[in-house]
Design a protein around this ligand. Structure first.
Ligand SMILES: [Mg+2]
Length: 186
């Protein structure tokens, strides 16, 4: 089964930190696709690689937006992506706050396990692309090849201070996908 896992904010869309009302995407207007995303998703679709999104959205349980609006934003995101030739196979969100002590908020891996079960796939050896430390920690726990992109909330300098570093670093999602597809060919 060919699939890759990706984070959402900072990978697909501009990270909402600092410029939106609550630093979350609470409405469609604040969902800004990053450059190259449609091209990357179209390339993956053509190669028959499933894309599964795994994202922390604690803003729901913090009361900044509802589950319903999150669903609406997701539906719109998928619609736009499909219109441009790409596809998203599935989207998993953790809506809990840190204090909720759930088992799905990254760096915990509950959502990965759910996705594996539903799609009958393995995380071991699959790529996980994200823009923050929790992405790298979660991906590593699942045995994924961890890929960090600089299009999100973390600078290269900050990343270099982490104890657990990503396996690969790229400018953005498109850069990562181009490289991943080259690996798969050889
Ligand atoms: Mg992110």
């Amino acid at each position: 089964m060919k699939a890759i896992f990706i984070d959402r904010d900072g990978v697909i869309n501009k990270d909402p930190g600092g410029w939106t009302k609550h630093s979350y995407v609470t409405r469609w207007r604040d969902f800004r696709f990053l450059p190259g995303v449609f091209t990357a998703l179209t390339m993956l679709k053509k190669r028959g690689i499933k894309v599964i999104v795994i994202s922390n959205q604690a803003g729901v349980n913090k009361g900044f937006f509802t589950k319903k609006s999150l669903e609406r934003i997701t539906a719109r995101m998928i619609e736009e992506i499909e219109r441009k030739g790409g596809a998203i196979a599935d989207v998993y969100y953790c809506i809990h706050k840190r204090e909720d002590n759930c088992s799905c908020r990254k760096p915990k891996v509950g959502l990965f396990k759910k996705a594996m079960k539903k799609h009958g796939m393995r995380c071991r050896g699959a790529y996980f692309i994200g823009d923050s430390h929790v992405d790298i920690l979660a991906g590593r726990k699942m045995g994924c090849k961890t890929v960090f992109v600089l299009s999100g909330k973390t600078s290269r300098k900050e990343m270099e201070l982490w104890k657990e570093r990503p396996d690969h670093v790229f400018k953005n999602f498109l850069g990562a996908v181009r490289w991943i597809l080259k690996q798969k060919r050889s």
